[in-house]
Design a protein around this ligand. Sequence first.
Ligand code: UD1
Ligand code: UDP
Length: 370
Amino acid sequence: MNIWVIMGTRPEAIKMAPVVRALEEISDKVQVTVCLTAQHRELLDQVIRSFNLPVHYDLNLMTPGQTLVEITSRVLERLSHLFSEKKPSTVLVHGDTTTTLSAGFASYYQQIPIGHVEAGLRTYDKYHPFPEEMNRRLVDALSDFLYAPTEQAKKNLLAEHIEEEKILVTGNTGIDALLYIAEKPYRFEDALLERLGTERRLIVLTAHRRESFGSPMEEIFQAVADLVDKNDDIEVLFPVHPNPNVVASVKKYLQDKERVYLIPPLEYVPFVHLLKKCYLILTDSGGIQEEAPSLGKPVLVLRDVTERPEAVQAGTALLVGPHYERILDTAQKLLDDKDMYQDMANKSNPYGDGKAGKRIAGHLYKELSK
Ligand code: UD1
Ligand code: UDP
């Protein structure tokens, strides 16, 4: 029984790490093969190092400024050859990236069963997020085992007439990784990271969505710049995503700004510990929307729609879009209004109990043994 785990980008590796570990725990019964497309190079390598993951194949496919067509076709072609030669028993993909979709197609064309981790997330808006919404819908349609992180995700799949027996609600594997890292004591090696959040209120910012490139992203950065000008007791940490479109806008609005710290993408472990000590998170990331409520941090989601409605319903996340006024006003309220802040910060974790990886490994073994 040879289970292949495919990873292309940072979030896939973080969220597949607990699955790999759980499969390794039953290594007397299954063999696990980790295959990197390396759609991301540096960001992926950081995670592989942090979790000390085994790597059996590395296709090394990233090129700077890659287009969707380029990376989609390269992953499809290279994985198709590899699957046809090595014949995995099943292929596990994660989430909604180009790697996810292309690996799904490559498996389907070889008639290899597909397991989709983090199945069933939907915004029902095909351009938000782009192209992730269509990637996950298409992969769900191709998949044989659908690992839904929440009951809501399962409902979405059932509404699309996906057979119930193919679906298992597992919790999000990202929470397995988060809880494991967050509960360990940690000291930052870097003096700036150690100091941040101790003298002023720390805001962590991330932004990288394709549909926000250009003016929406510039509105976000202008709002952050003005928020910092208005409040001398706050500071902002922004680990800048290496996508050239993000870097260009950041330079225009936030470069050399006092109390705004632009740093390269952080290793996962220090990043989690920074989230733990921040006051507020501003992000358009999918994964960070799940991590924030698990750490009791309010999050302003820099998008108009989200495929992760659970935290919004629980009241720990607010959708502010990439809109200057809404970002500035809402963030200011959360800085000024202690009651509003406490309401949002009240710990609630709608996304998992830290055992999702084990559930997936156990289920897959049972299914493949039939
Ligand atoms: C991808 C995913 C997105 C996910 C994000 C996580 C797609 C279509 N998008 O977006 O769903 O939220 O990853 O971060 O799959 N780059 C580097 N080094 C790296 C990574 C990226 O230099 O380690 C630069 C390169 O110039 C690369 C560009 O960023 O060409 C874009 O990378 P790509 O994977 O195509 O898209 P992301 O915007 O990172
Ligand atoms: N993350 C990290 N270092 C950073 C920023 C984010 O390790 O500097 C982690 C974060 O904790 C989360 C994941 O990366 O687990 C989210 O990745 P990203 O926002 O790139 O992608 P998305 O989740 O939006 O697909």
